[in-house]
Ligand binder design. Structure first.
Ligand SMILES: [Fe+2]
Ligand SMILES: [Fe+2]
Length: 284
């Protein structure tokens, strides 16, 4: 529960919920800073002439990201045949796109997917985010729209959740208790798209990415917006790939999301199932 703050003598009682809401409404909620590695990777992502050595050097500038990237690159899921011992070797083996995506996900995780005491929840949110990113990328690929961008907003669509968990633990001045109280869960459900969009604005992500994060739930209830619809449909795919939801539900989801996908396009996306599940396992 969002408990009352300890009051100084004479201080007016203000509930933590009201404190957080006013910060969110006024855009004053503290959000994590965009990590330097992610910033440099994002500016490089917009260019086609990206140099593999430069990518390896950017990741090498952060030993934590570099170490974790080598672990992921050596996972069975990414089909490491022989041990990868350097970032230059990893970028050549994985290719620029996968290398950049793995590095981006690791770097955003260490900056934004943290909150004291909430580790089990954050692990799930991060796993769901990576899965949504890969599915959004698969949707963008068949639609012939920017895949890198779709990956990014899939990755960050729920980033408001960890940011709110951090904010709640600060208001309480203690770590989060798991499982979350119903009132905390519903507060996060209500506010995470607003807070996520605030973070995307602060990180100077594109308006399209900001919109995808802000409206990814509204899209599934009949909206016409393209980027949020991609995320909403990617989430439907995640339910099919990871939660044993029947794939026949996808037809209805497509019309809810107002996404024009031909049956052959959907079949191509469904063909990526195994590769997506394996890649998510590499991050888990
Ligand atoms: Fe989500
Ligand atoms: Fe969400």
């Amino acid at each position: 529960m969002l408990a009352q703050e300890t009051l100084e003598p004479g201080q007016l009682p203000v509930s933590p919920r009201a404190v957080l809401l006013s910060k969110i409404r006024e855009g004053r909620l503290a959000v994590p800073v965009l990590p330097a590695v992610a910033h440099r990777l994002l500016s490089l992502a917009a260019r086609d002439d990206c140099d593999l050595g430069q990518l390896a050097d950017i990741v090498g500038s952060d030993p934590t990201v570099a170490g974790r990237l080598l672990e992921v690159a050596n996972s069975a899921a990414l089909r490491a045949r022989s041990k990868i011992t350097s970032l230059h070797h990893a970028v050549n083996r994985l290719g620029a796109t996968t290398f950049r995506q793995v590095a981006l996900a690791i770097s955003c995780k260490s900056a934004a997917f943290t909150a004291r005491g909430a580790e089990p929840i954050l692990r799930e949110v991060f796993r769901h985010s990576v899965a949504t990113a890969l599915c959004a990328q698969a949707v963008a690929r068949v639609r012939g729209v920017a895949q890198e961008e779709a990956f990014l907003y899939g990755l960050l669509h729920d980033v408001g959740r960890p940011v709110l968990l951090q904010a709640i633990s600060k208001v309480h001045r203690q770590s989060i208790r798991v499982p979350l109280h119903r009132s905390v869960s519903s507060f996060i459900d209500e506010q995470h798209t607003i807070v996520g969009a605030q973070l995307a604005r602060r990180w100077q992500l594109s308006l399209r990415a900001q919109g995808a994060i802000r409206w990814h739930h509204a899209a599934a209830s009949g909206g016409q917006r393209d980027a949020p619809s991609t995320v909403a449909f990617a989430e439907a795919l995640v339910r099919v790939f990871f939660e044993e939801v029947d794939e026949r539900t996808l037809g209805e989801e497509l019309s809810l999301c107002a996404l024009a996908l031909e049956p052959a396009d959907l079949a191509r996306i469904l063909g990526k199932r195994e590769a997506i599940v394996e890649t998510v396992e590499a991050f888990a």
